[in-house]
Design a protein around this ligand. Structure first.
Ligand code: PMP
Length: 428
């Protein structure tokens, strides 16, 4: 009979080691917030495959929509003979994207491609070269998006050279002593020393910095970026790939600040696990590239479109945006109680952006002393106890909690009970 260990041996022999895996756990089936491996062991999923299955694993409505689509056809190429689901999905995104400006959308397959295309659109619109990104930002693994990504290990190691015309400034995180003034000053100096604002096509920002450590952008920060972009005719791109589709307690995270970005990248939670991504933004900017300038063989695959339409319906019908806020309040109470038990080890707890939640692990109650080893030890023991949990952070010391927005409260508590037991065991 198949075992995790046997599959892991075959994986190591067959798949390049660069594609690592968090746990030697081979999933046989998954439903809503639970997964079962090939040895019939059960896991509570606090990771949703990195913020993808916001509507839970195999939501019946998503599965039905995909089956129906596959029964009819699975590919014609949207650039050859398109189909209604691509149009409907664009209409839905245009409706849901924040702000009053008329919107248009375009589709690709992965988040990194969405970012690539947002940059292409911004450059075509402005006819400028420069792009400003932030320390700790994550935008993907293709060459341009790696260039934008502001976290070296493991993403950028040995993969240079990176593209030109990318400029990076600090992302404001008060908890790390980086103020909004520091960021604005760095941008001012950039404009004086490295690139004039008239040469800058875009500023790209995550409304909650994701891989970098789950740091929400303040409203003041996003407003300041909006003002800089308006002053200099720069395109503001919000990367909502991890924060979108109900995750943060708004349909899109930018709604928290009331700031309308010019372009927004979407992926992950968009289709509950089927590969589709896109750019949605102000129509006159989206229309800058000439016909044929955007696309791809699998751009807006019919299966992805069908899944995404079902996901949007489920988020709205089941009021999952509200559920995200409820989940955050349940986690907040439990995590704060845990911090009272471990005041030296647990630092900042972030639960004010819905179910995109985080907890910093430190030494001696000192925020400047990250404790990534303890995070690694807990992640490595948690899956053995039946909990899949992810970490993140430039310093590697942040737990991120990303349960399905459909997770029942009882499973949240069961998962956090496991987490507490593991924490007690690993620190004793
Ligand atoms: N941008 C952000 C904010 C992300 O979190 C990610 C994925 N973690 C990406 C871009 C890249 O998406 P993908 O892995 O689908 O290429």
């Amino acid at each position: 009979s198949p075992t995790n260990a046997r599959w892991q041996d075959r994986k190591v022999a067959a798949i390049a080691r660069g594609e690592g895996n968090l746990a030697p756990v081979y999933i046989d089936r998954a439903l809503n917030a639970e997964m079962w491996d090939v040895e019939s062991r059960r896991y509570i999923d606090f990771g949703t495959g990195i913020a993808v299955c916001n509507t839970g694993h195999s939501h019946p409505k998503v599965v039905a929509a995909v089956k129906d689509q596959v029964d009819r056809f699975s590919h014609t190429c949207v650039m050859v003979t398109p189909y209604d689901t691509a149009v409907r999905l664009a209409e839905q995104l245009n409706r849901l994207a924040p702000g009053p400006s008329p919107k248009k959308s375009m589709f690709v397959t992965t988040g990194a491609e969405a970012v690539e295309n947002a940059i292409k659109i911004a450059r075509a619109h402005t006819r400028r070269r420069g792009v400003i990104a932030f320390n700790g930002g994550y935008h993907g693994r293709t060459n341009f998006t790696l260039g934008l990504t502001g976290k070296n290990a493991p993403y950028k190691t040995n993969f240079g050279p990176f593209p030109a015309d990318i400029y990076r400034v600090p992302y404001p995180i008060e908890y790390h002593g980086v103020s909004l003034d520091d960021t604005l000053h760095a941008i001012e100096m950039l404009f004086k020393c490295d690139i004039v604002p008239e040469d800058v096509a875009a500023i790209i920002v995550e409304p909650v910095q994701g891989e970098g450590g789950f740091y929400p952008a303040s409203d003041e920060f996003l407003r300041a970026i909006r003002t800089i972009c308006d002053t200099h005719g720069i395109v503001m791109i919000a990367d909502e790939i991890q924060s979108g589709f109900g995750r943060t307690g708004q349909f899109f995270c930018m709604e928290h600040s009331g700031v309308e970005p010019d372009l927004m990248t979407v992926a992950k939670g968009m289709a509950g696990g089927f590969p589709i991504a896109g750019v949605v933004g102000k129509a006159e900017i989206m229309d800058a590239p000439d016909p044929g300038g955007l696309g791809g063989t699998y751009a807006g695959s019919p299966v992805g479109c069908a899944a995404a339409l079902a996901v949007i319906e489920v988020i709205e019908d089941e009021q999952l945006v509200d559920r995200a806020n409820h989940i955050a309040s349940v986690f907040a109470t439990r995590l704060q109680a845990l911090r009272a038990q471990y005041p030296d080890l647990i630092g900042d707890i972030r639960t004010d952006r819905g179910a995109m939640m985080a907890m910093e692990i430190i030494h001696d109650g000192d925020a400047s002393k990250p404790n990534p080893d303890l995070v690694k030890a807990i992640v490595a023991d948690a899956y053995k106890q039946g909990l899949v949990i992810l970490s993140c952070g430039v310093r590697g010391n942040v737990f991120r909690f990303l349960p399905a927005l459909t997770i029942p409260d009882a499973l949240i508590h069961e998962g956090l009970d496991i987490f507490e037991r593991v924490m007690a065991k690993v620190t004793s």
